[in-house]
Ligand binder design. Sequence first.
Ligand code: HEC
Length: 140
Amino acid sequence: MVMLVAVFLVIQLIPVERNISRVPAGQSFEMTQKVPANVAAILKVSCYDCHSNNTRYPWYSELQPEAWFMAQHIKKGKEELNFDHFNAYSKRRKKAKITSIISQIEKEEMPLKSYLMLHSSARLSAADKMDLIDFFNTLN
Ligand code: HEC
């Protein structure tokens, strides 16, 4: 037990880079795609932690090993889709991402299950899913 506690304390010292950076004025997904407020609010809570340049860091996501898992999700998530860079994607890439977003939401693959265990407010209700899908269909 003492050993476990010691390991837990020691891994807290592993530094993790934070995903927080400024988005140039007018370049946010909300601005460039004219996202309605209700949809923007859902994206912010459910998707932006891993698919934008700004993650929210509640205390439990600062704890190891959670912080390390989050950093991996953020790295991979942003590579696949970064809403803050969406406007700079080619027409073709935009289209492919929109199709993929709709399918990930329909299949309940996103947000990631492991993330929802701690971040339960990010869970999409049936109404949230409909609002998101309706909106992304208008972009297609
Ligand atoms: C906990 C982090 C996390 C959250 C929150 C999250 N994602 Fe993801 N997402 C990922 C990761 C990591 C991947 C890379 C593939 C994988 O591991 O499944 C991914 C992949 C994707 C892809 C695939 C991109 C492609 O090129 O096909 C889409 C689309 C997507 N996410 C949409 C969303 C949407 C929409 C939300 C919100 C409803 C969301 N994600 C929430 C981490 C996250």
